[in-house]
Design a protein around this ligand. Sequence first.
Ligand code: G4P
Length: 527
Amino acid sequence: MTLQEEITRRRTFAIISHPDAGKTTLTEKLLLFGGAIHVAGAVKSNKIKKGATSDFMEIERQRGISVATSVMGFEYNGVKINILDTPGHEDFAEDTYRTLTAVDSVIIVIDGAKGVEQQTRRLMEVCRMRKTPVMVFINKLDRPCKDPFDLLDEVERELRIKVRPLAFPISNGPTFKGVYNIYAHGLSLFTSDERQTATASTVEIRDLAAPELDAHVGERYARQLREDSELIEGVYDPFDRDAYLAGDLAPVFFGSAINNFGVRELLECFIDIAPSPRPSQTETRRVEPAEEKMTGFVFKIHANMDPNHRDRIAFLKICSGRFERNRNYLHVRSGKQLKFSSPTAFMAEKKSVIDEAYPGDIVGLHDTGTFKIGDTFTEGEKLKFTGIPSFAPEQFRYIENADPLKFKQLAKGVDQLMDEGVAQLFTSQLNGRRIIGTVGALQFEVIQYRLEHEYGAKCRWEPISIYKACWIESDDAGQLADFKRRKHTNMAVDKHGRDVFLADTSYALTLAQENFKEIRFKFTSEF
Ligand code: G4P
């Protein structure tokens, strides 16, 4: 196969949802279709039910051992599909945001009874920023749901994106009859004995006026579907793929993931319309997937929690060219040539050594602590991919060494955990103390646990009252120097030596923004 053919047949995406909407269930059903797994229950849910550390550790342990579940690759009808897993818990939203930088499209799962929920809204913000094409799957139609038209309006309003139903449900809850596939003109009938099977009975119905419809769903529901269908064609413009690819229009499907219902319709349409790997932006130029030379970047580093294998795995997204095993690549940040003797690919539960990979693929690289998020690999060109975000943390604590004999271990552990993007380290300009900033409170427990179990170091947290940290920049060197002098008690530097302003209160931040007009206060930075 040529490079272009390999690119064209790839679809790399993430499934996102508010916890409990059905992301894990849908992922699993998709894998069943691809024959990547054979039994239900093979995909571990990565959600944290009680928000407890023990829960997190258990999950990390599972994920660490079968780190393969972070990326799930499979083939379906000649198409290579890569699903990137994202953590369910909002305290790990940063990890999700970064994963979204490595996908070409997204499927959003929404619970039909609950509608659009908080986390979905936040994740959609990231998709909008990056103009990522999104498809929506409205789930749990086997339960009593909101009216489908109301749901469509809600998605449009709450996620701020135009929608176009490509399937439509016939009733829901106890009287759920099935889904009419507008995209492929077929009717899928829902009968309870189809539960958990891979194929629902489908009938091709090109003309909704055909009396056949009445025979299948009964006169009342047939009439309802005809009315709904007229309304859909009247209200919504015909499906416009370009608008979808531009991130302006979300096609919507309905179904019930647990019953494997409506999932095939979603998958087949997805394969048809979802984008193959798209160009990636670097500081200097745009990289096209079909360029001959290999380029890629690390978007995630996963520590192995298996005590027998302490090493880490760096996840490399291939952006262009053909990646080959045992071939030298330039690690741009260090300037070193590196080659990988056992790069791995992820096929559902399994992880296997591969000889080559293509744009859109994710390759696992064995890492002993050399790689950082954002690191670029090329065949010699000094590129740096942009847009891998690091968010302004919202929770802060001083980190103190609790075991004087383990000072070095602590320093190394903190350093590596920061490279993994678990949290951010700041050094106060006032007293030189080190401050850890995170997005969610759970990370403090995770850091403490991991420092102890992976690095043999002990830390202690001490409170510090900070409202927000933001990076400051200015073209006006005089004003910047003046600001730093006046605010010196609130100044810190991040790992890269960049200036960070630690605002005590929201008022202090607003005041600073008003008084120092030449200074840009930034709430995200890049790796
Ligand atoms: P998440 O990854 O988005 O957090 O959701 P997950 O798939 O774990 O699903 C959350 C719950 O919703 C699960 O139930 C799952 O069985 C259920 N679910 C998923 N799809 C459907 C559906 O189409 N219809 C119905 N009725 N339920 C669905 P749980 O009780 O939390 O877990 P479990 O004990 O069943 O595994």
